[in-house]
Write a protein that binds this ligand. Structure first.
Ligand code: CP3
Length: 350
């Protein structure tokens, strides 16, 4: 089998295409990270940014959860703030992102210049291309490779707020006071994100996930005005290239009708949405990913198994269903419970 045919026969991509699968594919958001001792061993020697910027290290930590959990998809190890450097933004991690030169006014936005994104982020494409090679060497069922970026609204929120405050009010205030300026910033972020994601696809990503983590703070009307059009533009570009897309929003229940309009192949939902209700509301041509509460992984292994099976039951045998958590795995999660979650899905539909 050629490498391309191998990846396209992965359970993850088959499920997105709506082909009948023996069981749902499974992976975990933030599957590489601090709940794994082997990640902490790399972190003891290198900073987070160093890991992101050094392809060999990024590939190694991306592979760690594949070896331990044997999940069906790998996600490239990076961060949503990495491409912001193409706007001249400097970011540090402590461990959450801290923007050293935040955007605070309409004048700051007008002064931004978009630099060559592909050039500025070429270490990400290099890491994806080596990760693709490593994944294809693994024995057993083919693994999909997921690329990702932050959606323009969430990116803008970080750039404006400097440090994530609880409600990102500054961004919403800018939306009221200088909507044109905010639209200009969102437009530039969209252009950067399209180029960044296409560079990941060229390098070997099979699908791309857009994280609009903080869009759940918006009303439906504001989401439709400040987030949806930009997300739609990015997904339309991906669709023209035949690239499957996933959209994640934390706290998305009131936004589901708009997410359905986004053009995403798969909607990744959080645990506050009833999965069975989502299955009714989301058209069958659109996939669903999620949505176990990350804190469910703190129970006994029996409890983890029970909750995972309940999640699978709620998914009602839907062909386009990908098992995952409803947000990233938490740092102090007992790793054995992450494994129990994955294995329970791999045992098949209850
Ligand atoms: O999923 C994966 O395994 C790939 C890696 C990945 C990271 N960040 C690594 C990371 C992905 C997909 C992200 C995306 C990301 N980054 C999002 C969207 C997803 C989500 O969780 O909502 C957001 C909002 C960010 C911004 C960000 N970066 C935050 C809030 C933090 C702090 C998180 C924390 O738990 O303290 C980061 C830092 C970060 N990104 C870490 C990792 C492993 C921890 C840093 C470290 O190891 O020192």
């Amino acid at each position: 089998m050629t490498d391309l045919a191998k990846a396209s026969s992965s359970l993850f991509l088959r499920s997105i295409r709506g082909e009948s699968c023996e069981r749902p594919p499974v992976w975990i958001m933030r599957q590489a990270g601090r709940y794994l001792a082997e990640y902490n061993a790399v972190k003891a020697k290198h900073s987070f940014l160093e890991i992101c910027r050094t392809p060999e290290l990024a590939v190694e930590v991306s592979l760690q959860p594949i070896r331990f959990l044997d999940v069906d998809a790998a996600i490239i190890f990076s961060d949503i703030l990495i491409p912001a450097t193409a706007l001249g933004i400097q970011v540090d991690f402590a461990p959450g992102p801290v923007v050293l030169n935040p955007i605070r006014s309409a004048a700051d936005i007008q002064a931004l210049k978009v630099e060559d994104v592909t050039q500025k982020t070429k270490f990400v494409a290099q890491a994806i291309s080596s990760l693709r090679t490593e994944l294809d060497k693994l024995p057993g069922a083919p693994k999909a490779l997921v690329g990702f970026a932050g959606a323009p609204w969430t990116m803008a929120s970080y750039l404006i707020e400097q440090k994530p405050f609880k409600h990102f009010e500054r961004t919403q205030i800018l939306a009221r006071e200088h909507p044109q300026a905010l639209h200009l910033l969102l437009d530039q972020l969209t252009t950067i994100t399209e180029e960044y994601l296409l560079s990941q696809v060229e390098a070997g990503a099979d699908a791309v996930q857009l994280f609009d983590t903080w869009a759940g703070l918006l009303s439906l009307e504001d989401y439709q005005q400040f987030a949806l059009p930009y997300t739609q533009r990015i997904f339309a570009t991906m669709k023209r290239r035949g690239v499957p897309t996933l959209l994640y929003i934390n706290g998305c229940s009131s936004l589901l009708p708009a997410m359905i309009q986004s053009g995403a192949s798969v909607l990744s939902i959080d645990w506050r949405v009833s999965l069975s209700e989502a299955c009714e509301r989301i058209p069958i041509e659109i996939g669903i990913q999620g949505n176990l509460d990350p804190t469910a992984l703190y129970g006994t292994s029996e409890e983890v198994r029970t909750q995972t099976k309940q999640m699978l039951t709620a998914a009602q045998g839907r062909a386009r269903y990908i098992a995952n958590l409803g947000h990233g795995i938490l740092q102090t999660t007992p790793r054995e419970n992450a494994l129990t979650f994955v294995k329970t899905v791999q045992d098949g539909w209850p």
